[in-house]
Design a binder for this molecule. Sequence first.
Ligand SMILES: [Zn+2]
Length: 99
Amino acid sequence: MNSVDFLSTNKDITYEIRTEIKRLGRPTPDLIISKTDVGKSRNYSRNFNSSVYDRFKWLCGCPKINKLFCYICLMMGGNQSAWTQEGCVGKGRRHKATA
Ligand SMILES: [Zn+2]
């Protein structure tokens, strides 16, 4: 119920469900994301590290599509951005905290 899937597809969430979702907390699954940075002498590949959830308290993930979302925006149904729609794969695209 507190999955990214559920939150992004259900726009009219009742107060009861919202309360239950808050109790469950944000989903912080291990994702399979690897990103390749182009370096001067070689390329560096970075794999997903679940410690990002500790660093960014608003972050949540969807294991189905292996992407990161902003839990706050999903909950609030706020601004339509990559953080609530298609998801993000790294810190390349910084999320502006407007919530
Ligand atoms: Zn947000």
